[in-house]
Design a protein. Structure first.
Length: 321
């Protein structure tokens, strides 16, 4: 009996070591772990999943939501700007759809307050999916989808029901179980020494003042360029999209203000910034430190912070894990 108790004690000590000091969750960090979505109507989720991948929602039947938000490839498309119907070129970089449900608003300028509102935006955008709601609803009503809408919503297909279904699906796209979240939950072995050092620098430099919470960002608006003028220094003509939140509110103080992007999948979603002008994560970190924090950080700092950022992606719905 004594030997059994001793073996049990050893097992507990090993478990505690794997979870970190005393096996305790790190509850006082500025970043919080992700949890899976709960309480969603599984019928709406499945309908939304199919609609998300179906080009029936586009004007010429060639583009789906997944065309620009490929779930197997980080929920984005890897382009500086997305290509829509008939080769139409978008005007800003398409952000990942993963973890979008955690954002305080949608789009770079925050013009959509909810996922439902965002879900309908690309469908009628003339350079994205280039459809009209009467056109889309006529197609859906003439397809097997009609019976599903009747069964789930009690009505024929409607714009509101389409947005509801797609947003229900998008709410499931939470990238849980990252290595960093396992570390937050007490598994000290989940990160290397370099990755921990990178996180420490991320905090000490001030990055976590904007990039915190469950989504490591996405929960506030901030001016792009507290220290210096990025829009002048980048060497290209300023566009309407560079005005950011100003285009929504018309307030002078919102000029160059954007939704702070989530860094949860930053390691997978190059190129960077609203204009897609920065090709590497290392350059993005360097520029953010300079223009947002007023610091010219060392190559070692950049390397360590990037190592930390690479621990943030969790499971992707389309990667088979």
């Amino acid at each position: 009996m004594r030997r059994v108790c001793l073996l049990a004690l050893v097992a507990c000590l090993i478990f505690a070591a794997n979870r970190g000091i005393a096996g305790e969750r790190r509850t006082h960090e500025p970043i919080r772990p992700l949890t899976e979505a709960e309480g969603l109507d599984v019928r709406k989720v499945e309908l939304g999943r199919r609609l998300f991948h179906d080009p029936i929602l586009s004007g010429d039947g060639t583009i789906s939501c997944a065309s620009c938000h490929n779930l197997a490839k980080s929920g984005a498309d890897g382009r500086p700007r997305s290509i829509g119907v008939k080769g139409g070129m978008g005007t800003v970089n398409a952000p990942t759809v993963y973890n979008a449900a955690l954002n305080l608003a949608q789009f770079w300028d925050g013009r959509a307050a909810t996922l439902e509102e965002q879900a309908g935006g690309p469908i009628t955008n003339p350079v994205e999916m280039a459809a009209t709601w009467p056109q889309v609803l006529a197609r859906l009503s003439a397809s097997p989808y009609r019976a599903e809408f009747k069964a789930i919503f009690g009505t024929d297909p409607s714009a509101e029901a389409v947005r509801d279904a797609i947003s229900s699906f998008e709410r499931t796209l939470i990238t849980v179980d990252s290595r960093f979240d396992r570390w937050l939950d007490g598994d000290d072995s989940a990160l290397t020494g370099t990755e921990k050092a990178g996180y420490a620098r991320f905090k000490s430099l001030g990055c976590a003042s904007c990039h915190q919470g469950r989504n490591v960002g996405g929960n506030m608006f901030q001016r792009f360029g507290f220290f210096g003028n990025w829009f002048t220094d980048r060497g290209r003509t300023e566009t309407r999209d560079d005005l950011g939140r100003f285009n929504v509110t018309g307030q002078p103080g919102d000029r160059y203000v954007f939704k702070v992007p989530s860094l949860r999948l930053a390691a997978l979603t190059a190129p960077y910034f609203h204009d897609g002008s920065v090709p590497t994560l290392e350059e993005a970190v360097t520029l953010m430190a300079r223009y947002q924090l007023g610091r010219d950080i060392s190559a070692d700092d950049v390397s360590m912070i990037v190592a930390f950022l690479r621990t943030l992606p969790g499971r992707l719905a389309g990667d088979g894990r």
